[in-house]
Design a protein around this ligand. Structure first.
Ligand code: C2E
Ligand code: CA
Ligand code: CA
Length: 412
């Protein structure tokens, strides 16, 4: 157990009065190892001294000379492993954005405080402090080589997990999204963020997608054979849409598995700018004509979400999880979420909210006109064989979940 008096705190603010006030508050709260600095340069000198770096920094964003954001970059350069609390007189959105930046730098942010700072909110944030965890380095993205990924595809080490999608109005399970995993011989189950990028970059994505499509269609067939009619979504990389044969390949694979195209949804994200859009447009239009569902994934984050909507006949829109989780409490997210739903409705598309992570997210969706929900609050992705049992358990609990919140017709 770490005592408050063991935690080294650095307070950085250009106002001498704030420095005095904050160190006084900290001492009153039992934190005795407090240092103060009136500017970034002085604080960095402290870092470069032989003293051990602080466990926690209270950082003022607005400082003449080196501002808080710039100071953060220097912290990253010095591999700072402690935590950060941001302080500013700026409005909530600026503080939220700055906090995101801290997290993007992989520095644990305990939260932010508005000036004038009150001791209660300071104390609440300080209570969140935990010693730096050695797992941070381990959880960062490990990049595999193209050879390793190629071998995994060839050896059949890739498997699909499936995450349920449920109707927001009655909780019924409508479909699943297939999410590829690598059953790594030594590292356990490895998520797609560790190898999709490599596969895209080194020309392996077509092979990878074929493995995923084949397995997903076979799984769809198995479910259908036991009376389970699920719409199965598959993630398609824009890079898959360079070869015109792709549409024929998917259609032939569905026919081979005996699956109607309208039980399949292809989720497309634009991760990189495509120079020549003619092949993707042709492929997607042909797939739509063949009655495959087309979903625009991660809506709101791509390079050109709106122009994709204009050009491609999508019939489903997935609001990115970054605009769903916590939308109930955050007016910026809520505005983007609402606009996305509105656009989809105007274009006659179904909407899916992804990243529904807690009860508050679910209750919020229930108050909007969103069609489908997906996220860890409903279920994490699981192997295909577990889906039927999971559905039984979920359906047994639907009533209870529906009673907690009632849908309200959404007003645009
Ligand atoms: P995505 O298509 O946006 O899929 C949703 C991701 O969010 C999944 O991560 C899912 O596990 C995660 N997720 C779901 N609910 C929650 C939640 O409540 N909270 C949080 N924090 N996360 C949630 P996963 O499986 O790691 O996949 C990451 C991305 O990899 C996918 O993002 C997709 O873009 C890509 N991907 C997955 N499978 C394939 C594939 O077969 N082919 C291609 N090209 N890309 C794939
Ligand atoms: Ca997806
Ligand atoms: Ca997404």
């Amino acid at each position: 157990m770490v005592e408050k008096s063991d935690i080294k705190i650095l307070v950085l603010d250009d106002e001498p009065f704030m420095l005095k006030l904050l160190s006084h508050m900290l001492t009153n709260l039992g934190f005795t190892q407090v240092k103060t600095c009136a500017g970034g340069t002085a604080a960095l000198m402290e870092f470069d001294s032989p003293n051990t770096p602080p466990d926690l920094i209270l950082l003022d964003l607005n400082m003449p000379g080196m501002d808080g954001i710039e100071f953060m970059r220097h912290l990253v350069g010095r591999h700072y492993t402690g935590s950060l609390i941001l302080i500013s007189g700026e409005d909530e959105r600026v503080l939220q954005t700055a906090e995101k930046l801290v997290l993007a730098h992989k520095i644990p942010a305990l939260g932010h405080l508005h000036k004038p700072v009150n001791p209660e909110s300071l104390s609440a944030l300080l209570n969140k402090w935990t010693p730096p965890s050695p797992t941070i380095a381990l959880t960062s993205i490990k990049a595999y080589s193209a050879d390793e990924v190629g071998e995994a595809i060839a050896k059949g080490e890739l498997i699909n997990y499936y995450q349920p999608k449920v109707a927001v109005n009655n909780g019924k399970v409508i479909g699943v999204e297939s999410l590829v995993r690598w059953r790594h011989p030594r590292n356990g189950i490895v998520g797609p963020d560790h190898f999709i990028g490599v596969a895209e970059e080194y020309g392996l994505i077509d092979d990878l997608t074929r493995v995923v499509v084949k397995e997903a269609f076979a799984q769809t067939r198995i479910w259908q054979d036991c009376g389970l009619n699920l719409r199965v979504a598959i993630n398609i990389s824009m890079k898959n849409l360079a070869l015109l044969e792709f549409a024929d390949y998917v259609a032939a694979a569905a026919a081979h598995a005996g699956i109607a195209p309208d039980s399949i949804v292809l989720e497309v994200t634009e991760t990189q700018l495509m120079k020549d859009l003619s092949a993707p447009l042709e492929i997607l239009t042909r797939l739509r004509l063949k009655r495959f569902g087309l979903s625009i994934d991660d809506f709101g984050t791509g390079h050109s979400s709106f122009s994709q909507l204009r050009d491609i006949p999508f019939n489903e829109l997935k609001v990115d999880q970054g605009f769903v989780h916590n939308a109930a409490n955050n007016s910026t997210l809520r505005a983007i979420y609402t606009v996305s739903l509105h656009v989809a409705r105007q274009l006659g598309m179904k909407t899916v909210a992804e990243g529904v992570a807690d009860q508050a997210d679910w209750d919020f969706l229930r108050s909007t006109g969103c069609d489908l929900a997906q996220g860890n609050f409903i279920s994490e992705p699981m192997p295909g064989a577990e889906i039927p049992n999971w559905i039984r358990g979920w359906e047994a609990n639907i009533e209870r979940l529906m009673q907690r919140s009632s849908p309200v017709e959404f007003m645009y």
